[in-house]
Design a protein around this ligand. Sequence first.
Ligand SMILES: Cc1cc2nc3c(=O)[nH]c(=O)nc-3n(C[C@H](O)[C@H](O)[C@H](O)COP(=O)(O)O)c2cc1C
Length: 267
Amino acid sequence: MADFNPVRLWRRFLAMPNDTSTKTFAVAFMVASVSAVAVAVTAVTLRPLQAENVAAGQAERMQEMLASVPGLADLLADADADAIETRLVDLDTGEYVTGVDAGAHDVDAAASDQQASTALQPADDVAGIGNRPDRMPVHLVIENGAPVLVIVQGYASGYQSTIRAYIALESDLETIAAISIYDQAETPGLGTRIAEPDWQERWAGKRVIDEDGTVRVSLGEAPTGDFEIDGVTGATRSSMGVVNLVNFWLGDHGYGPYLARLRVQMP
Ligand SMILES: Cc1cc2nc3c(=O)[nH]c(=O)nc-3n(C[C@H](O)[C@H](O)[C@H](O)COP(=O)(O)O)c2cc1C
C-alpha cells in the first residue's frame, strides 16, 4: 500500500539525488511558492502604510503651498487649527454636501464608482479624465470668519501620467494664489519639472477667470500678463496637462458652479 506519511515522504524526497529532474523541479516549485506568498503578504500588509504615506505627502504639499502664499504663513501661524476648513461640494449644484466627513472623501473611489461620478462627453473632457466625481473637497482658509483663500483640487492627463494638483484661489476667486502639483509620474528631468517650485511659482498672481466668468488659460511663449503661462521647455505636454487641469476644474464641469455661488456670497 502507498505510504502517505508526510515525514517519511519528505525524508525520501531529501534522499533523492540532487541531479534528478523531479527534485530540481520540486525545489524550484517550493522556492517559487514561498516567494509568491512572501510577496503577497508584504504587499497586503504594506498597503495601509502606503495609503497613509500618500495622505501624509498630500497634506505636506498643501502646507508647503500655503507657506508659499505671501502673507499666509503669518496668518496660519497666528490662527488656530480651525483656520483651514474642509468641506465637500456637489459639483453640479455648487452647494455644500452636509452630514459627511469631507476629509474622508475618497476622490479616486468616487471617480471609479458609476453612482458617484459622471461620464464626460469628449468635448467637455478638457482634462482627459473620462469620469468626473460628483463631489469634490474644497479647503477654505478662514480669517475673521471669511475665506481668504479657496483651495480646490483636481487631476488631468499629462504626457505619461495623471497629474494631481491643489489650486489656491485668492478671495476674488479669479486669481491664482498658488498651485501645488502633489502627484505626477512624468519623465524625470523633463515633465517632472512641472512639480518644481520654479515653474509652480509662475502661476502665482495669474488671473485665470475673465469678467464673463470664463476660465481661460493657455500656454504662451512670452506670457507677461494674465491668462497665459510659460510652459516648461521640452515638456509642453506636461505643462499643457496642468493648463488643462486648471481650465477643467475651475470650469463649468468642475468647481465652476460652486465658485459662482461663492462669488455672490463673498463680502
Ligand atoms: C523619452 C521621452 C520622454 C519624454 N517625456 C516627456 C514628458 O515627461 N513631458 C513632456 O511634456 N514631453 C515629454 N517628451 C517630449 C514630447 O514628446 C514632446 O516632444 C514635447 O512635449 C514637446 O515639447 P517642446 O515643444 O517644449 O519641445 C518626451 C520625449 C521623449 C523622447
